[in-house]
Design a protein around this ligand. Sequence first.
Ligand code: F6R
Length: 247
Amino acid sequence: MRFILAKDATDVSQRAYDFIRKSILQNPSLILGLATGSTPLELYKLMISDHKRGNLSYKKVKTINLDEYVGLPEGHPQSYRYFMDNNLFNHIDIDKNNTKVPRGNAINLDKECEEYSSFVSTNRPDIQILGIGSNGHIAFNEPGTSFNSSTHIVKLKDSTIKDNARFFENESEVPQQAITMGIKDIMSAKMIILLATGSSKAEALYRAIKGPITEDCPASILQTHPNTVILGDHTSSFWIRVNREPE
Ligand code: F6R
């Protein structure tokens, strides 16, 4: 695991983009694992602006997203499919048939989970982009999730529902369940880039990087991944910089 202390959120995004750009130039058919949430938004803006300048094509790139709320139709403005279309896919030259997001409204969710894991195992992401939850979650793998998990349905923790309520009219509208790649699926990526910005991530980031490898902090498993880069800004890296456990 390599930790890079970036200047600020813009620098975090720029550095993540540099990895992606270089990798796509080397391999135009790259498989890119993507995340939703606020953290990667600036990265997606960079991808769009550089594409619009004619510098990078996504024609052959394939993407696989981490997760989706259960029960929201694809066109719902808070669905992760909608998020990806609006914040990235609609603005670059990617073939939408090459973009995969779990179907949270599939009739048979168990089958969807099985098929998603099997898809990931045959299409291992070359680069997987991750954010981190303030409780250390990655994708929707909440504390306590088995490190051996494949794609599954989760009941969201109250802390995650609270964190995500800002995107909905009110907290009661946040779905209670999600479909998420499991930790085993995520760890199958050839390279993982985790982005962390803002002080609300400081404790989780410390635990992920310096804490024990424990299912209580799902992101701590990344310490065992052979090619993980963690990009943190100054505020998210507070406890790491002072080299002391959060109180
Ligand atoms: C989203 C996802 C989540 C987020 C995490 C951080 O696809 O997998 O694990 O990465 O909740 O969210 P933000 O970036 O909104 O702080």
